[in-house]
Design a protein around this ligand. Structure first.
Ligand SMILES: Cc1cc2nc3c(=O)[nH]c(=O)nc-3n(C[C@H](O)[C@H](O)[C@H](O)COP(=O)(O)OP(=O)(O)OC[C@H]3O[C@@H](n4cnc5c(N)ncnc54)[C@H](O)[C@@H]3O)c2cc1C
Length: 388
């Protein structure tokens, strides 16, 4: 930092912004200002102790899982972990059944006692051939047939997206597994764990560096002209950055209804999905996730919405087209780096955002060392090039 100029202004203190702040400050010695319009760090992964003293996730359940050793080891610098394998039940035909669909789901739903091999044959007999597989409906119906699709997937998707699966890209459900064994884990990643003292503590540790300053309750538009900086890392919505010049990129939002109940356990699994009944899609009980012992318990209901905070980009071809135009603008904007789920208009899990941020960091630090070397070699090229 020369004088009072920050090397980087980082907009957004979620995983994308915080990982970059940490890397640039600790590894590169850069002076960083990270801002967020919310009153807290952590982005959507923010957790806190509610009035009853129970640790809850303000923006819905965040389960950490990854196959990336690099990401897991990197985050392990800032937290210890609690081993945790996520499990979900779906309320269907008056029963609570394992989801993803597995051998027990099939046997209990149909009152059968099939073996794994028989279940595989059973599912093949239900599956309908779809060629090509274009929509989310095609994906599911071609795996498990129409009846299971109707019971477990169709209405859940309609609630979640306000679109029928036949109107949604195949990518939305492409990774939904169907199992013929009794594995009832929701994820099958190599690393599955929760930060032992919560996500917010992880973020506090990550940002605890003398080169990192944090400014909260600060919308980028309100402060950007007041802050001297050389380069910007922007993790907010890309369409907002460009004043919606090509229109507003559509998102689905959620309303979270948090509740604390005066008994130690509320439901028999961390998450119960409600595909067919109720306006909400699922109920999460946080103590399963955090392992906290408490005489009361806290849950959250999720009600999908059109309006509100942007959570899920709507994966439809026309939206992808609009994003392409914004991406071209972003690529042509010097000294601003767009990273994270809002700035790239893509639903990413936390580990994917961490990986994306680490990748951008190696690019930035590589570019810096090349520029520094050129400068030392007398080419006169410097990396201090943005008069803020
Ligand atoms: C309901 C829900 C459940 C999820 N569950 C999981 C899960 O179980 N496992 C998993 O791996 N992932 C999960 N995710 C995904 C996870 O939340 C994201 O991967 C992660 O939050 C992305 O980090 P980010 O930094 O890109 O974005 P964010 O966490 O959204 O951070 C962006 C930050 O930028 C700030 N910002 C935006 N605009 C401005 C502005 N104009 N000025 C200042 N600040 C601004 C925002 O306030 C926000 O804090 C879930 C997401 C949702 C919505």
């Amino acid at each position: 930092m020369e004088g009072n100029v920050f090397d980087y202004l980082i907009v957004g203190a979620g995983f994308a912004g915080s990982v970059l702040a940490e890397r640039l400050a600790s590894d590169d010695g850069a002076k960083v200002l990270i801002i967020d319009k919310r009153p807290h760090i952590g982005g959507n992964a923010f957790d806190h102790y509610n009035d009853a003293g129970i640790l809850v996730h303000k923006y819905g359940p965040h389960i950490f899982h990854t196959n990336s050793r690099e990401v897991f080891e990197y985050l392990s610098r800032f937290t210890e972990w609690r081993p945790y394998e996520h499990r979900v039940l779906a309320s269907v035909d008056g029963q609570l059944l394992p989801i993803p669909i597995n051998l027990d789901t099939i046997n209990r739903l149909y009152g059968l006692s099939l073996t794994s091999l028989q279940a595989a044959d059973f599912l093949s007999s239900l599956a309908e051939r779809r060629d090509p597989v274009r929509t989310s409906e095609d994906v599911i119906v071609s795996k498990v047939g129409r009846e299971l699709y109707e019971k477990f997937f169709r209405n859940y998707t309609r609630k979640q997206w306000d679109l029928d699966p036949s109107q949604l890209d195949a990518t939305v459900t492409a990774r939904v597994p169907v199992r013929t064994n009794r594995d009832d884990r929701y994820f099958s990643d190599t690393y599955q764990a929760m930060p032992l003292r919560g996500y917010t503590r992880l973020f506090e540790n990550m940002l605890d560096h003398p080169n990192i300053k944090i400014l909260l309750n600060a919308d980028y538009h309100e402060v950007v002209d007041e802050i001297p900086y050389r380069e910007m890392i922007y993790t907010g919505p890309v369409d907002e950055f460009f004043d919606y010049c090509y229109g507003k990129l559509p998102y689905r939002s959620l309303l979270f209804k948090h509740e604390t109940i005066d008994k130690p356990v509320w439901q028999p699994a961390p998450v119960v999905n409600y595909p067919n009944e109720h306006l909400y899609t699922r109920v999460t009980e946080f103590k399963y996730l955090t392992g906290q012992e408490h005489s009361k318990t806290s849950i959250v209901y999720e009600y999908p919405r059109a309006e509100g905070d942007p959570y899920y980009p709507v994966p439809r071809p026309d939206n992808a087209e609009m994003y392409k135009r914004y991406k071209a603008l972003a690529d042509a904007t010097p000294f601003v780096h767009f990273v994270g789920r809002l700035a790239t208009y893509k639903y990413y899990n936390m580990d994917q955002v961490v990986a994306q941020a680490l990748k951008l960091y190696s690019k930035l630090s590589g570019a810096r060392s090349t520029a520094t070397r050129a400068f030392e070699n007398g080419s006169g090229l410097t990396f201090v090039n943005h008069p803020a």
